[in-house]
Write a protein that binds this ligand. Structure first.
Ligand code: BES
Ligand code: MN
Ligand code: ZN
Length: 495
């Protein structure tokens, strides 16, 4: 999708469809709908349908008018944004996605979206462009009858400081494309997304954006004594991949390096502790944490923040086989800690344990991991929020600030020694699976034993990496959760 900015009057924009936000200014019982544009011709074109009471402005409601008088656009689309008093950039992001998704099945290939005046213009342009990319993605690669319904050309109509708005637009394109890069990886089924293929995709991306990328196989994993990672990988005929990307801009502070560590389980059968058949097909998205880190690295390479970042993705299948690890086995992690394997389905924390240790070995001073780690986080937070854990309040505050820019939703969950008590073994240092209750915090407590004192965030995206339903602004399927927040986090990271 090509996007561009226009500083023309909305009425003058020649397009297949001009989209403008309508908001409800009114009291509880009576909608009082107002068009979010100062352009008199646009306001006039919408006046009759608004006066009819047909338009309520409820979120994502669409009203399409053909051949609007005095507009150069062929159509005018009114998109509802809810109550004016609470309308935010994060709502606007969704509306841009909803407009794209409403228009593409109608055969419309180009449109223009008017940035509402009530929001900061730069934030509005950024949200609209990001939202348009989110909406334009459909996971239909494998449908032979797919209609290739895509918006080809998307214009944002705005007023303000043209240079700053252009910059906001250009950055949003990078962020939107990077989120979709991640979604593409996550959408692939495991026969098309083996650890080897994931490593190749990372290499190709790194080359395109100018990042250093090394990918290693079983030999290196064993040489590094990554016994926890190898314990998972040993059961699969598909070779594992240890993917390492480095972003090291000249002039970045020497004493800071952010480490992004992703879970890259390209298929999780559960291993010998095998999962039930029902729903197992979804475990192709168990590499969404790793894919999120790769998408974030893509954007970081292009946005060029002044901080060093290293990304590690631990990619393997989790399979049952004659070579697979078994419950009761003890593995020695790279850090030297020993782990009694109680449940081979708790494999994500094993690969991440060694990923975190390796990140520290490579000099990372601040760590973030992302993983579809536990079913328990879905029980706790459902599909609406991802879980975030922090051993450092400053890291969490930074993450929270990034959330307010990205519009993504994460909720902080507890860490604490009480949870670690669930993860102690009689015969080794740790068990890999604790009591059922508090499962998301138990897993986080396990990981903290490997992050140790390094400031660290753990993102559990098991419930949010895959949309279970289509929403007006986003297709069912891979969501690309965490990518935008990671990007904002890294961009704003100073000392
Ligand atoms: N990949 C799963 C977690 C998951 C569940 C991701 C649902 C996405 C949706 C993870 O490897 C797993 O199997 N976790 C177990 C841990 C348990 C054995 C301690 C779980 O949550 O049941
Ligand atoms: Mn598992
Ligand atoms: Zn898993």
């Amino acid at each position: 999708m090509k996007t561009n900015l226009s500083f023309a009057h909305p009425a003058e924009v020649e397009t297949e469809c001009l989209a403008v936000v309508v908001l409800d200014n009114g009291s509880k019982d009576k909608p009082d709908v107002a068009v979010q544009s100062n352009d008199a011709a646009v306001v006039a074109a919408a006046a009759a349908v608004i006066a009819s009471g047909e338009v309520t402005a409820k979120p994502a409601e669409t009203t399409l008018l053909r051949s609007p008088e005095k507009l150069k656009a062929k159509r005018l689309l009114l998109i509802g944004g809810g109550k004016a008093e609470s309308f935010s950039a994060s709502d606007l992001r969704k509306l841009a996605g909803a407009v794209v998704r409403a228009l593409k099945p109608r055969g419309i290939r180009s449109l223009a979206f008017v940035a509402p005046d009530s929001l900061n213009a730069e934030e509005a342009v950024k949200a609209i462009v990001e939202g348009a990319f989110v909406g334009n993605f459909d996971p239909d690669t494998y449908k032979s009858d797919r209609k290739d319904q895509q918006i080809d050309s998307f214009t944002v109509v705005a007023t303000g400081d043209q240079k700053k708005l252009q910059q906001a637009h250009d950055e949003a394109v990078i962020i939107g494309e990077s989120q979709n890069f991640t979604r593409d990886l996550v959408n692939e089924p495991s026969n098309h997304m083996t650890p080897t293929i994931l490593a190749e995709r990372a290499k190709k991306m790194a080359k395109e954006v100018g990042l250093k990328c090394e990918t290693y196989g079983a030999d290196k994993i064993k040489e590094l004594k990554m016994g926890a990672f190898w314990g998972v990988a040993q059961g699969s005929d598909e070779p594992p991949a240890l993917i390492v990307l480095q972003y090291e801009p000249a002039g970045a502070p020497a004493n800071i390096k952010i480490g992004l560590v992703g879970k890259g389980i390209t298929f999780d059968t559960g291993g010998i502790s095998i999962k039930p058949a029902d729903g197992m097909e979804k475990m192709k998205y168990d590499m969404a944490g790793g894919a999120a880190m790769l998408g974030a690295m893509r954007a970081i390479a292009l946005l060029k923040p002044n901080v060093k970042v290293t990304c590690i993705v631990c990619a393997t299948e989790n399979m049952p086989s004659g070579k697979a690890q078994k419950p009761g086995d003890i593995q020695t992690a790279m850090s030297g800690k020993t782990i009694e394997i109680i449940n081979t389905d708790a494999e994500g924390r094993l690969v991440l344990a060694d990923g975190l240790t390796y990140a520290k070995e490579l000099g990372c001073t601040h760590l973030i991991d992302a993983a579809t780690l536990t079913g328990a986080v879905v029980v706790a937070l459902g599909y609406a929020n991802a879980g975030v854990f922090a051993n450092d309040d400053k890291m969490y505050e930074r993450f929270n600030a990034a959330l307010s820019k990205s519009g993504e939703k994460f909720w902080r969950l507890p860490l604490g020694d009480e949870y670690l008590d669930n993860m102690r073994s009689n015969i080794a240092d740790l068990v890999n699976a604790g009591a059922r209750w508090g499962g998301a915090s138990n897993a986080a407590a396990f990981l903290k034993e490997f992050a140790e004192d390094t400031p660290w965030l753990h993102l559990d995206i098991a419930g949010t990496a895959w949309m279970e339903d289509t929403k007006p602004w986003i297709a069912k399927g891979p969501s690309g959760i965490a990518v935008r927040t990671l990007i904002e986090f890294v961009r704003d990271f100073k000392g």
